[in-house]
Design a protein around this ligand. Structure first.
Ligand code: SF4
Length: 367
């Protein structure tokens, strides 16, 4: 598809790349200078995140002349929707194009009154976990705050529903982009942003130690999930090269001092990490930092030649863990009839294939 690419030569100040309080201060000063009431600033801020509008012209409670002045001075950039797929179970996947042609994915998982959004934090990923489609792309660039939080804004505009839960489990390693993820957490949680409770926002990491420390220093109760995937350094190094830099003992110690509940993510790979002794080793790690264990069924569509552990074997693995007193859940698969694997829709698009119809990875936690 050839479309003109939007460059970053924006004409105005990007209000979506500021914290809500900063945007409100800037808008208040602008309103006063324009002879408008200062409260107009709060009205605009409300339409940035909490009750988003496509652009200034759709902020109908503002005088038309003021909307025109705003449009001349400020910008609220959109992410361009490139593809949208709806699963039979209601899971929906969005592929967005950014101003420089970069593509990112977002997955929305409805469950009763909840809507969990799985968001991306980087274009591609440098960490090359052997089972991950995103890892095969390589790393393009870090996303900016307005591109990360912008995924939540876009899905709200596109579906008419505001997400209740956020998981940083899309493309990229969020703690390798802390500079943008840190203010994004504020936008997600702030009452003048999306107003989503901190306990409903989960940052998932392979174990980037400085990032875990930085997340732990935030006063809000944001959740931490750690992708363990193997209970020994020797095995983990073969699946996750980052283990050479941040070995398990250091990651577990960081989780222990994190001082809030931690979840272990553990993808079940047949004949690789799913034997009873692996379950026992995993229990030892979980006990050290009081972690909850999530077992993730593998679906075709990732990377590498891995096979999925059978449901019966996953259940048996879970029983070993539970019998030793560690809380464990088997994650429900969602979006199996669409390209819901992390990075998979983008990979399939790049190869020029139609991604719908295969048994794919849509196992974002709905918790
Ligand atoms: S699993 Fe996460 S950290 Fe590993 S390559 Fe994929 S996106 Fe990167």
């Amino acid at each position: 598809m050839t479309r003109p690419q939007q460059n970053d030569q924006r004409k105005g100040t990007n209000l979506l790349d500021m914290l809500p309080a900063e945007a409100e201060a800037e808008l208040r000063a602008f309103a006063i200078e324009a002879g408008e009431k200062p409260f107009r600033a709060a009205q605009v801020v409300q339409h940035l995140w909490h009750a988003p509008r496509e652009d200034f012209s759709a902020m109908h409670e503002l005088p038309k002349s003021f909307r025109e002045l705003l449009a001349a001075k400020f910008e609220i950039p959109r992410l361009t929707l490139e593809a949208r797929q709806l699963s039979t179970d209601g899971t929906e996947k969005f592929l967005f194009r950014l101003f420089d042609g970069e593509h990112i994915e977002t997955v929305a998982i409805p469950e009763g009154s909840r809507l969990t959004l799985c968001i991306s934090s980087q274009g591609g990923c440098a960490l090359q976990c052997s089972f991950c489609a995103t890892g095969t792309m390589g790393f393009s660039r870090n996303l900016r705050m307005f591109e990360i939080a912008g995924q939540v804004r876009e899905v709200t505009l596109l579906t008419g529903r505001q997400p209740t839960n956020i998981v940083f489990m899309g493309m990229g390693e969020p703690l390798m982009n802390w500079k943008a993820v840190d203010p994004t957490l504020t936008v997600l949680n702030d009452a003048k942003g999306f107003g989503i409770g901190a306990r409903h926002i989960t940052v998932s990491t392979v174990g980037i130690l400085p990032g875990i420390v930085a997340l732990g220093e935030r006063k809000e109760q944001f959740r931490l999930a750690i992708s363990i995937h193997a209970p020994s350094d020797a095995l983990r190094r073969t699946l996750m090269p980052i283990n050479a830099k941040y070995p398990l003992a250091q990651v577990i110690e960081a989780a222990r001092v994190f001082d809030r509940r931690v979840t272990f993510e553990y993808v079940m790979l047949s004949g690789v990490n799913d034997r009873p002794e692996h379950a026992s080793q995993l229990v030892e790690l979980a006990r050290r930092c009081k972690a909850f264990v999530n077992l993730i069924p593998l679906h075709a569509g990732g990377a590498g030649n891995f096979n999925a552990t059978s449901p019966q074997a996953i259940a048996a693995f879970a029983r070993v863990i539970r019998a030793k007193g560690v809380e464990v859940a088997i994650r429900k698969s969602r979006g199996k009839d669409i390209a819901a694997a992390c990075g998979q829709l983008r990979v399939e698009r790049q190869r020029g294939r139609t991604p719908v119809g295969s048994d794919q990875h849509g196992d974002v936690q709905v918790a």
